[in-house]
Design a protein around this ligand. Structure first.
Ligand SMILES: Cc1cn([C@H]2C[C@H](O)[C@@H](COP(=O)(O)OP(=O)(O)OP(=O)(O)O)O2)c(=O)[nH]c1=O
Length: 203
């Protein structure tokens, strides 16, 4: 018997996890997302995904913890090792988009699964190339409401799809949960729902 929990308040992550065909419940951990000085993007996302999974685990009762598998995830946008989180003002959002305009940046998404005193995690990196975006366009985009709550201040699954020339990597990782990497993590933990003998070696 096991129970999968998603430690996330992101509606996108909840939708994406449904694609794994494994029933789950939601816990909403509250954690401090402040980066440590000079922390590399990969280390930052990994630390946050792990912190979310552990914080979620700690919200459960002792009885629930015995069978719990808690999944945490974190996504950031990064240009030249700078970490871009979720913009909190128009000015911040416009500045972020202006720095990404006409360039290729990286999206880092970490996933972490905490269970039975074990921790397994992975970081998925995707390259995103944006066409040039004018300041006027960035301001208009802010007023659509879409950039709020999105790392880097854009949502590839929304209007910002029109900004994206090319991606190299996993689309789902940009939206917040890399489905393939997550299925591998669940398989590693022995709770992937579609495991078949024929594809035993795909991990
Ligand atoms: C780049 C990009 C990010 N995002 C989202 C994914 C994440 O939800 C969000 C980054 O913030 P996160 O801190 O990773 O997650 P969150 O605060 O939304 O949810 P929680 O911590 O409770 O799990 O940005 C998109 O939806 N589309 C995009 O194109």
């Amino acid at each position: 018997m096991h129970s999968l929990y998603l430690a996330s308040s992101s509606p996108r992550r909840q939708l994406l996890l449904k694609q794994l065909n494994t029933p789950f419940s939601i816990i909403e951990p509250n954690i401090d997302e402040t980066p440590i000085d000079n922390e590399l993007p990969e280390n930052y996302v990994s630390r946050l995904a792990i912190t979310k999974a552990k914080a979620g685990f700690n919200q459960l009762s002792i009885a629930q913890q015995k069978t719990a598998y808690v999944l945490g995830a974190d996504t950031i946008v990064s240009l030249e090792n700078n970490i871009m989180g979720k913009p909190t003002s128009q000015q911040q959002a416009v500045t972020m988009l202006q720095s990404l305009s006409g360039k290729t940046h990286k999206v880092f998404t970490a996933i972490a699964l905490y269970y039975l005193d074990k921790l397994i995690s992975n970081v998925v990196v995707t390259e995103v190339t944006m066409r040039p975006i004018s300041i006027e366009e960035a301001v208009t985009y802010w007023h659509t409401g879409e950039p709020k709550g999105k790392a880097g201040g854009y949502a590839i699954q929304g209007i910002a799809a029109t900004f994206i020339e090319q991606i190299n990597g996993d689309y789902y990782a940009i939206v917040g949960l890399p489905i393939f990497a997550t299925s591998k993590l669940l398989k590693q933990a022995g709770i992937y729902s579609l495991t078949s003998n024929r594809y035993q070696n795909w991990l």
